[in-house]
Design a protein around this ligand. Structure first.
Ligand code: BES
Ligand code: MN
Ligand code: ZN
Length: 496
């Protein structure tokens, strides 16, 4: 059962979270009690390692037996330099952590900003608590030891109920989108097969998204040889799912999102080593983000026309698999020498990008893909790579990333890198010639399938699956990109 967030004027206070600033005399919020409680907190701070640092926490009991959870708010000063949304989200995340750590099932929170409205502070805090509390538990057949104590309900105390609830509604919708994406990424590849991923896209029809699925026969007719080549070794048929949300002006060109949906990437005949091959269930992460984003736009009735196109294949070695050295003809007509069957993401995106620009004439295209391991070498797991042909588009994406704390770093697309992918027998080959710049040559490959439409590519290989907890997600799937792109759309393309 997932966490229920609510807001109330008078929340029950058996377990109460209160905020404590760093390096400032503790003054307890009047609603949490009297001078004795305030003194208690002062003593607790003096006698423990809890000093009110941002995201620190301490659980204490009042003489009356009430559990008080002190949440560090950091220093009082310095408000202007912070991203205040992220600041409050991190505090919400700290609340989730301490509550689940001490085994509380229910708590109320009485934390407010100084000079900041509850309708700004509380929705962000609640979002942080919600995102950080998400767990994937469906495959446990036995009760987990701590299951009885799983966090079920957090109530935030406020005097301005209506305004807070109104501001939280769109954030709760984004959280739903994030959870859908996390679920898809976390599910193993025997569950999220090409067919189930396409069905999930189809399920967005119930929220008003128009969805079509291209089957292999359709793709053959169209000439998607690059995409079909990748999927030909799998027992599962390849698909392309096309999702359309029409919330903008009738007839206005859409904005387009394209996702890599490799439900499992063994590498194909250029087989990956077994170490960490299991992580390749996340290779549909880009497609997962596009699905989560489209659901979010539809549920919050975004005033924009948007299309999401996801290329869905499984990359397997078998007697029908494509061989290193095969030459395929892409939808664009350009031929590709497949020198490494593990560089498959760019092959399926080549056809998906071409199809998208050709059919929809979008304002711009943004693709998301767990495209290269080299991204992790370059950026670690802190940021995702951004490549763009358009500075305005790049800046908007960088800014949206900073606003939601899903950070991007822009890489070059210099022409000099382009010759790396020239082939001796076809228009291009699917890997670079030389050493290094693996993420850039992959992006240059994609660029050969983009015409005059502004285009950005997000290589999310570094951030889709985390091996440790981060503020907005427990270890595992992050859904990096859903909040970023939702914000990017909301701030720039909804005619406000
Ligand atoms: N899906 C992988 C990239 C990847 C690797 C994502 C590790 C997340 C973690 C992609 O299809 C791939 O295999 N890329 C190759 C390209 C190479 C063969 C040119 C890579 O990065 O090794
Ligand atoms: Mn691969
Ligand atoms: Zn891959």
């Amino acid at each position: 059962m997932s966490l229920k967030i609510s807001f109330q004027k008078d929340a029950p206070k058996t377990v109460l979270c209160v905020g404590v600033h760093e390096n400032s005399p503790v003054v307890c919020d009047p609603s949490c009690g009297d001078q004795t409680v305030s003194d208690l907190i002062t003593k607790a701070v003096a006698n423990s390692t809890f000093k009110g640092k941002l995201s620190q926490s301490l659980s204490i009991f009042t003489p009356a037996g009430q559990r008080l959870i002190l949440i560090g708010l950091g220093p009082k000063e310095d408000k202007k330099t912070d991203n205040r949304e992220v600041y409050w989200q991190k505090i919400g995340s700290a609340i989730s952590c301490v509550l689940s750590c001490i085994g509380c099932t229910e708590a109320s929170v009485d934390i407010h900003g100084e000079g900041e409205e509850d309708s700004f502070v509380l929705p962000n805090m609640a979002l942080g608590t919600l995102l950080r509390s998400w767990r994937f538990e469906k495959y446990f057949t036995k009760k987990q030891p701590d299951e009885l104590f799983r966090l079920k309900q957090v109530t935030f105390q406020t005097a301005t109920l209506e305004a807070v609830e109104k501001a939280f509604a769109p954030l709760a919708i984004v959280a739903e989108g994030v959870f859908l994406t996390r679920e898809l990424v976390t599910e193993p590849a025997n569950v999220v097969t090409p067919a189930t991923l396409a069905l999930t896209a189809m399920s967005l029809q119930k929220v008003g998204v128009t969805v079509e699925v291209l089957e292999e026969a359709d793709m053959k007719k169209l000439g998607m040889g690059a995409l079909l080549g990748v999927g030909q070794g799998s027992a599962h048929d390849s698909k392309v799912a096309i999702m359309r949300w029409e919330g903008g002006q009738k007839g206005e060109a859409p904005i387009a999102f394209v996702g890599k949906g490799v439900t499992f990437d063994t590498g194909g005949l250029s087989l990956k080593p077994s170490t960490s091959m299991e992580d390749m269930k996340d290779d549909m992460g880009g497609a997962g983000v596009v699905i989560g984003l489209m659901q979010t736009l539809a549920l919050r009735k975004a005033k924009v026309n948007a299309v999401g196109v996801i290329a869905i294949v499984e990359n397997m070695p078998s007697s029908t698999a494509q061989r290193p050295s095969d030459v395929v003809t892409s939808l664009s007509g350009q031929t590709i020498e497949v020198l490494n069957t593990d560089a498959e993401g760019r092959l399926i995106l080549a056809d998906a990008l071409w199809y998208t620009q050709d059919r929809f004439k979008p304002k711009f295209m943004i693709d998301l893909a767990t495209l290269t391991g080299a991204m992790i070498v370059a950026l670690g797991k802190e940021r995702a790579g951004l490549f763009a042909t358009d500075d305005g588009l790049a800046d908007k994406l960088l800014k949206a990333g900073e606003q939601v704390n899903e950070l991007l770093w822009r890489f070059p697309l210099d022409d000099a890198y382009d010759k790396e992918i020239n082939s001796t027998i076809a228009d291009m080959k699917n890997i670079g010639s030389g050493r290094g710049a693996g993420s850039i040559t992959a992006a240059k490959f994609l660029q050969r399938f983009v015409n005059n439409v502004p285009w950005a590519h997000l290589d999310i290989a570094s951030v889709t699956l985390m091996d440790k907890d981060i503020p907005m997600a427990a270890k595992g799937a992050t859904a990096f990109g859903v909040r970023l792109l939702n914000r990017f759309v909301a701030d720039n393309y909804e005619g406000k």
